[in-house]
Write a new protein. Structure first.
Length: 101
């Protein structure tokens, strides 16, 4: 069976969907990999229908990006509510005073 451009894009989208899930707690990496994975899945469509593997990769990328956003918002809220943000702000202020800023 002859490999086509569509097969390569499908494999790339599957790889990017895995990277999206692995780096789910890193917003930048998950959004970058998820966006690339969705793009590759859409490009694998070509003139015809998207293959099942490409559709699965597309859905996983969407879920991974949404989960990454939710995790980031939750971590930011937890950091603010725990009082740790004030501690880090004091450290930052002391550092900036040391540089004369």
């Amino acid at each position: 069976m002859e490999r086509t451009h569509k097969d390569g894009m499908t494999v790339a989208s599957l790889i990017m969907s895995g990277i999206t899930v692995i780096f789910g707690s890193n917003l930048l990496a998950a959004c970058l990999a998820g966006g690339l994975g969705m793009t590759f899945a859409l490009l694998s469509r070509g003139e015809g229908k998207m293959s099942l593997a490409a559709r699965i990769a597309f859905i996983i990328c969407i879920i991974g990006v949404i989960a990454s956003i939710i995790i980031t918002v939750y971590m930011a809220i937890a950091l603010i509510n725990s009082g740790a943000m004030e501690y880090y702000m004091h450290i930052l202020e002391d550092e900036l005073r040391g540089y004369g800023i």
